[in-house]
Each structure stands twice: as C-alpha cells, then as structure tokens.
Design a protein around this ligand. Structure first.
Ligand SMILES: [Zn+2]
Length: 332
C-alpha cells in the first residue's frame, strides 16, 4: 500500500481541493546533490540529505540549518530515522519540490501545492520517507512567495511527521495521530483549552501567520488581543475554541474532536516540533505560543513519551492533572 500524508500546510490541499495552488507553469525538475558537511552525521552522512537547484546558492545556508536541527535531536531519534530511511531535501521553492516529485515519483499521489515544506512516506517492503523544506514558501492568504524565515522550525515540524511515520513504517492500522488514544487525548485537551481563561493570557498580541489562518479567503484577522490586554474586534464575544477557529483554523477547522482528520497529524507534528525544538523559532507562531503553550498537556505528555522512548505510554502511567487515561488503542 502506498500511503500519502501531507506535511507542513500540505494538508490544505486535501481539505481545500486547490484553493491555492502552485504556479501553473511546470518547471523542469531541479538537480539535487548530496549535502555533506565535514562532520558527516545523519542526515549529512552522504546518504540522507540533498540540496536541489538554486537552493544550493542560499545565502542563509538553509542546508546547514536543516542539518543542525536534525543532528540536534537525540540519537535514538536519528537512529530511528536512519533505520527507517528518512531522507531530507532542500528545495528553492515548492514548485521545484513539485517538479522533483513528479519526476522521481510519477505514480505517487503526493502533490505539492504550497507552504514551506512537506513530508511524504511510501510504505511497503522498504518504507521510505522524504521530508523537504524550501527556501521560499507559497503564502496561502496573500498568494505571494515570501522567503522562508523558519527553515529550522520547518525542519523540526517535518521531523515530527517523519517521526510518526518512522514509528510505524508499515502504516499498520494507524499512525499515532490517527489512533483512538491520541484522539481521546486531543478531545480532552480541547475541552480543557475551551475552559482556559483569560483569553489574552492564551493568545496575547501575536499575529497569526497566514499559514495558520483558515479559511484563507477570509484574510488574516490579526492579533487576538491588543497591548492593553483587550480582545480585538474580530474576536469579540468568542471563547477560546471560537477564536481558535478564526486565528488558527488550520488546526481546528474540522474540530480535532470531530473524527479522523489530517489536522490530527498537523497537531502531532507541530506539538512535537514545539516541545522538542525548544530553542527553535515557531513555525506556527500563534499556535505554538498560544494553545500549545497554554494547554494541550495530554497530547504533549504522550508525544514526549514517544519522543523519549519510541514507545507508547504504558498503561500504569500516571497522567498529568486534567488528563484521563485513554481507553483505546495506539494503533487503531
Ligand atoms: Zn505538517
């Protein structure tokens, strides 16, 4: 079975059916070369990291930023990535990524539509995961191509997806983010979050990135609160859940307690990035600094357990205050 899962912002494509798409002109696939820093640790071991096309000329050294982000992970994680064939690619633009995937995986349904990165995995006899980051992004709201200011954070976010695939390379039954236990914990987190007050303590004055806002046709609603600690007009009278729908709708548009959704995968990946990349800038500044920093402790506990042990929390573990032990499965 070939499995397709989308990455950073790529889930938009599945949900939106092409509300915003990559530039129409199909460029030639860029040529990729190995990225081999002197220390040559994974992924820059001569086998697992590549840089493609004009990204080779990135004045900010995106390949090294990716390399440092991934080598900074604990060795149990990087060993898992080696064993489960996780590869890293740095492209100039999402269009380059799209052309490359079409050229190298013509039969795979994965399509690149925008964002700043992505990850896809092919299950089977030799499961392979490809994580990519681009020097430039496609902005879903303003429909322009900004420079990727978050290469490190994007790499960590994609590493979160790659981690989930690597934990379960055959896709047996379900990835963690698709499991009943994770969904139960996410539902508890959402319920706790809705009760969490006051609103401005959660959301602050951070303006959401265009990538967090949903739907993009509504434009960017701006910061939830002003510097005086008052709720700004677009959010007046709303509770935390309603605000999440407007400001970070990418994660909440389907309601994480509403059943299977690619947004669970995004929650997993971004929470993983936020909790494990402690010195990294947030790729989703409002989501990371708001909901993930002021709640969602139940899913975070599970994610960090997997991060530390590569295994699910045992049944006899004591869960954090406000979290009830999930009663389902971690694989279905
Ligand atoms: Zn993602």
């Amino acid at each position: 079975m070939k499995r397709l899962l989308t990455l950073s912002l790529m889930a938009f494509a599945l949900i939106a059916g092409g509300l915003f798409t990559a530039p129409k002109a199909q460029a030639a696939a860029p040529t990729c070369v190995k990225y081999e820093p002197i220390s040559m640790r994974y992924p820059g071991d001569g086998k697992h990291q590549f840089v493609c096309g004009k990204a080779q000329n990135d004045p900010n050294g995106g390949s090294m930023i990716i390399y440092n982000a991934i080598t900074g992970l604990p060795s149990n994680i990087t060993t898992l990535f080696v064993n489960e064939n996780v590869y890293w690619y740095y492209f100039y633009t999402p269009s380059d990524a799209s052309a490359w995937f079409k050229a190298h995986y013509p039969n795979n349904p994965y399509t690149v539509t925008g964002g700043c990165g992505g990850t896809f995995t092919i299950t089977g006899s030799s499961p392979t995961t490809i994580a990519w980051v681009s020097e430039y992004c496609v902005d879903p709201v303003n429909n322009h191509v900004p420079q990727n200011k978050w290469v490190q954070a994007t790499a960590l976010h994609e590493a979160g997806h790659a981690f989930e695939y690597a934990l379960n390379p055959t896709g047996f039954n379900a990835y963690v983010s698709e499991s009943s236990n994770f969904h139960q914990l996410a539902s508890q987190d959402l319920a706790n979050f809705i009760k969490n007050t006051p609103i401005c303590n959660v959301w602050g004055t951070t303006v959401p990135s265009d990538y967090e806002v949903w739907p993009p046709s509504g434009g960017n609603p701006g910061a939830v609160c002003n510097t005086q600690g008052q709720v700004n007009k677009p959010y007046a009278g709303k509770n935390n859940e309603d605000i999440a729908d407007v400001a970070t709708g990418y994660f909440f548009v389907d309601k994480i307690d509403g059943g299977p959704s690619p947004l669970y995968a995004e929650l997993f990946a971004e929470e993983w990035a936020a909790k494990t990349g402690r010195n990294a800038p947030p790729v989703f500044p409002l989501m990371d600094g708001g909901p993930l920093a002021h709640g969602f402790s139940c899913t975070a506990f599970a994610i960090l357990w997997f991060f530390d042990t590569l295994a699910p929390p045992p049944s006899n573990i004591t869960w954090p205050t406000g979290c009830t032990k999930p009663t389902g499965s971690w694989t279905s």
